[in-house]
Write a protein that binds this ligand. Structure first.
Ligand SMILES: C=CC(=O)SCCNC(=O)CCNC(=O)[C@H](O)C(C)(C)COP(=O)(O)OP(=O)(O)OC[C@H]1O[C@@H](n2cnc3c(N)ncnc32)[C@H](O)[C@@H]1OP(=O)(O)O
Length: 333
C-alpha cells in the first residue's frame, strides 16, 4: 500500500552554538531534507561507534551542523524521481557519508541518491537489516576480502580484534559460520561466554596480543579482522603467517601503524583495506545476499538489543565507554 508523504518529519539533530554541541529531537518541514531523488520512510537505524562520537559532539564525524546523525538506515521508498525504485520497495542504506556529510538515519524520513540503496534481501526485514547494519556489512566485506586472498577454513587460526563490539561480533559469527577457527581478542573478558556462543574457538585478552617489538614475530594468524588499529594491528601484522591476510577496518585503538615492509616482502602477507562507506554497488549487493544467507535473524537475536530513538543520546555515551555489546537497533517511531 502506498504511504502518504507528510509535510513534516521528526529527527534527532546535533546542533552547535555558543553553548556547545547538543543533540535534540526536532520536528522539521520535509523541505529541510537534503537533495536526493529517493524519499524514504525510515523505520530502523542502528548505533555504531561513529554514531556515538557524532551524537556526543566529539569531533571528526559530523562535517557540518546542524546534522541528523545515523550512519545507516532501513525503510520503505515513498517516491523516487529517477524511477529506479518503486513506492513500497524495502531498502537499506549504509555509508556514502550519511550521518557524516549528509543527514542520516536518526529521523522518520530521509532522502538519498538511487544508486546508494540496496534492496532488502528476500525473506528479511528492516529490523534484521539494522541488526546487521554498517558494522555487520563491514565485517562481511572483511571476511570476503580474506577469502578472496586465500584464507580458507583449515588454513589456521583467524584473529578478530575488538571482538565483542559490533563489527567484531559479526565477524566472529561470520567466520565461525564459514568454518574458520576463530580467536577472539577482547578488552572485555567477561564476554567469554557470549563470544563462544558466537563461535569463537578461543578468547584472548586484549593485552595478550603482543605489541610489535620486532619487524617479524612468530607466525600465528592465517587471517586477521582488525577493528582496533594502532599497536594491536602492528603486532597482528608482524605475527601473520606466510601468505596470510589482514582485513583492516577500524581504528578503535588508534590510527597509527608503526610497522615495516618485512611481512609484505618476506612472508607475502596481504594488508587489505576495508572501506564500507564507498563500497561499490555490486559488491554491496553480494555482501548483503551473503549476510541474508549466513546471518539470519535467529542467529543475530543474541547479539542484538533494540531501543527507541529517544534512547540514542544515552546509548551514545555507553558505546564510547565500551559498555555496548554486539549490535543495537534503533526503532524510529
Ligand atoms: C561500524 C563500523 C563502521 O563505522 S565502518 C565505517 C567506515 N570505517 C570507518 O569509519 C573506520 C572508523 N570506524 C571505526 O573505527 C569503528 O568505530 C570500528 C570499526 C572500530 C568499530 O565500530 P563498532 O560499532 O563495532 O564499535 P564498538 O564500540 O561496538 O566496538 C569497538 C571494539 O574495539 C574495542 N576498543 C575500543 N577502544 C580500544 C582500544 N583503545 N584498544 C583496543 N580495543 C579498543 C572495544 O572495546 C570493542 O571491542 P572489545 O571486544 O569490547 O574490546
Amino acid at each position: 500500500m502506498t504511504q502518504a508523504i507528510p509535510d513534516t518529519y521528526r529527527a534527532l539533530r546535533v546542533l552547535k552554538d555558543d553553548q556547545g554541541v547538543r543533540a535534540e529531537l526536532q520536528t522539521l518541514p520535509l523541505s529541510a531534507l537534503p537533495d536526493g531523488d529517493v524519499l524514504i520512510r525510515v523505520t530502523h537505524s542502528s548505533l555504531n561507534y561513529k554514531d556515538g562520537l557524532a551524537v556526543s559532539g566529539r569531533p571528526g564525524v559530523l562535517r557540518t551542523h546542524p546534522m541528523t546523525p545515523g550512519i545507516d538506515l532501513a525503510g520503505t521508498v515513498l517516491e523516487d524521481a529517477s524511477g529506479r525504485w518503486q513506492p513500497g520497495d524495502a531498502v537499506i542504506l549504509t555509508g556514502w557519508g550519511i550521518g557524516e556529510r549528509q543527514d542520516g538515519g536518526y529521523a522518520t524520513h530521509a532522502r538519498a541518491r538511487p544508486g546508494w540503496l540496496v534492496a532488502q534481501p528476500a525473506g528479511t526485514d528492516a529490523h534484521w537489516a539494522m541488526s546487521v547494519g554498517t558494522a555487520g556489512f563491514t565485517a562481511m566485506l572483511a571476511v570476503m576480502a580474506l577469502e578472496e586472498h586465500g584464507v580458507t577454513p583449515g588454513s589456521g587460526e583467524v584473529l578478530v580484534t575488538g571482538a565483542a563490539g559490533g563489527v567484531g561480533s559479526t565477524a566472529v559469527a561470520l567466520l565461525a559460520r564459514a568454518g574458520h577457527t576463530v580467536v577472539a581478542s577482547t578488552g572485555r573478558p567477561q564476554e567469554e561466554d557470549y563470544l563462544r556462543d558466537l563461535g569463537a574457538a578461543r578468547i584472548i585478552g586484549r593485552d595478550e596480543l603482543p605489541a610489535l617489538s620486532r619487524p617479524l614475530e612468530k607466525e600465528r594468524w592465517a587471517g586477521v579482522v582488525d577493528t582496533v588499529g594502532g599497536a594491536t594491528l602492528a603486532g597482528a601484522y608482524a605475527s601473520t603467517r606466510t601468505h596470510g591476510s589482514l582485513a583492516v577496518c577500524g581504528l578503535a585503538g588508534g590510527h597509527d601503524l608503526n610497522a615495516t615492509v618485512f611481512p609484505l616482502i618476506l612472508r607475502g602477507v596481504n594488508l587489505l583495506g576495508i572501506d564500507s562507506v564507498t563500497c561499490p554497488p555490486a559488491r554491496r549487493e553480494a555482501a548483503w545476499a551473503r549476510l541474508a544467507r549466513d546471518l539470519p535473524a535467529t542467529r543475530l537475536a543474541a547479539v542484538t538489543q533494540t531501543h527507541p530513538l529517544s534512547d540514542v543520546p544515552a546509548l551514545a555515551a555507553e558505546i564510547l565507554a565500551g559498555r555496548v555489546r554486539g549490535r543495537t537497533v534503533i526503532e524510529i517511531g
